[in-house]
Design a protein around this ligand. Structure first.
Ligand code: NAD
Ligand code: MG
Length: 392
């Protein structure tokens, strides 16, 4: 039995993870669950999966959860605040830790799990965007396996040779091709984008996801973050990462080899496939996802990304090229801008303007420690908030 700790268990990825666990009860046991403020959601998961620990980032929510579990499940320890999240990440009985907290808030708990040498099921892409170099160094130093959950990176991982860590050039990999659906605004008149609502932005054509990543998909910042994520996961030069718009979301990404071969991973767009893959790796087991029916799909389309329509993607490419702290600043400004947009306080088309302004206002440099990165992250948020507040 493998003990699993799920950070962000009430979210879209968290719920899919627990579904995979429930389908494989002889293999996995849930040892810890965490959430931010969704007391009722976490309570129900606790009653069903009976973890040893339940943690809530929000202290008041943790107190409410503790009171409601007191009678029904007194054996479950309830903790609040960052300490609770860290305890879940470091749980001694967790062999695997699903990192599915959204945003830079997921960084510290995920790093804590890395430092305990756990198998990291990495959904939280922001951790790698903010601190990719440091994160991968720590993983190596502590022998933590980092297995990608993001569908594109999981696909790339599946198409890579087993020894890819020896260096992509050495193993004959020439390019990584990340597919992108293009989101809900791929064909929409660019002049109308200033007026789109959060609801329209969150209505993704193929994937059902949390609100932040849904907005990122609509702006294609999600693909930009994924380019940065791929750069670190596979130690790939950014010039070797190509974005391919593929509206059907059936090919989840591809790896190109020196001999002209292109390997792809295909499947129905359902996150339970990459989750089950990473949990079972190097074996395979059921995920609950129906097999792909090729006759049903009939055709697959591809086109290059439109950088004019999606300036966020361009900004992300520039940030990864600039290196150093630029991706961390980009990420912080984006988190602020997306939050403002979701609260109807910023236009969709202002998101890249907030990010560009923040990147221009801060000297990026080469922060060499986590403290320095977190300091920059906070500075970028303050600047991005100030600029956002002057927009509408
Ligand atoms: P979500 O919004 O549905 O869920 C987020 C989870 O994190 C919830 O459990 C929430 O309680 C918790 N959380 C939120 N803020 C927190 C905070 N400040 N402190 C502690 N916990 C907090 O998000 P999601 O769609 O499940 O995405 C989770 C992560 O996985 C993101 O980083 C996203 O980019 C990545 N990801 C998601 C998908 C997907 O299909 N949903 C695909 C690829 C990658
Ligand atoms: Mg993805």
């Amino acid at each position: 039995m493998i003990g699993v700790s799920v950070l962000g268990s009430t979210g879209s990825i968290g719920v899919s993870t627990l579904d995979v666990v429930a389908r494989n009860p002889d293999r996995y046991r849930v040892v810890a669950l965490t959430a931010n403020t969704d007391v009722d959601g976490l309570r129900q998961q606790c009653l069903r999966f009976r973890p040893q620990l339940a943690a809530m980032a929000d202290e008041a929510s943790a107190e409410r959860l503790a009171r409601s579990l007191q009678a029904e499940a007194p054996g479950i320890e309830v903790l609040g605040g960052e300490g609770g999240l860290l305890a879940a990440a470091e749980h001694p009985e967790a062999g695997q830790v699903m990192a599915a907290i959204v945003g830079a808030a997921g960084l510290m708990p995920t790093l804590a799990a890395v430092r305990r040498g756990k198998r990291i099921l990495l959904a939280n892409k922001e951790a790698l965007v903010v601190s990719g170099a440091l994160f991968m160094r720590e993983a190596e130093a502590h022998g933590a396996e980092v297995l990608p959950i993001d569908s594109e990176h999981n696909a790339v991982f599946q198409c890579m040779p087993g020894n890819f860590r020896e260096g992509l050039e050495r193993v004959g990999v020439t390019r990584i091709l990340l597919t992108a659906s293009g989101g809900p605004f791929r064909e929409r008149d660019p002049a109308s984008l200033a007026a789109v609502t959060p609801e329209e932005a969150c209505a993704h054509p193929n994937w059902d996801m949390g609100r932040k990543i849904s907005v990122d998909s609509a702006s294609m910042m999600n693909k930009g973050l994924e380019v940065i994520e791929a750069r670190w996961l596979f130690d790939a030069d950014p010039s070797r990462i190509q974005v391919v718009v593929h509206p059907q979301s059936v090919i989840h990404s591809l790896v190109e080899y020196a001999d002209g071969s292109l390997l792809a991973q295909l499947g129905n767009p359902d996150m339970r496939t990459p989750i089950a893959h990473a949990m079972a790796w190097p074996e395979r087991h059921a995920s609950g996802v129906a097999p792909l029916d090729l006759f049903d799909i009939a055709r697959l389309d591809f086109e290059p990304p439109d950088m004019q329509r999606f300036p966020c993607l361009q900004l992300a490419f520039e940030a990864v090229e600039a290196g150093g702290a630029a991706p961390a600043i980009l990420n912080a400004a984006n988190e602020v801008a997306v939050q403002y947009f979701l609260e109807h306080r910023l236009r969709f088309t202002d998101i890249p303007r907030v990010i560009a302004h923040t990147l221009e206002s801060l000297a990026a440099g080469e922060p060499d420690s986590l403290d320095a990165l977190l300091h920059l992250d906070r500075e970028a948020r303050v600047l991005a908030e100030r600029f956002s507040a002057t927009q509408v």
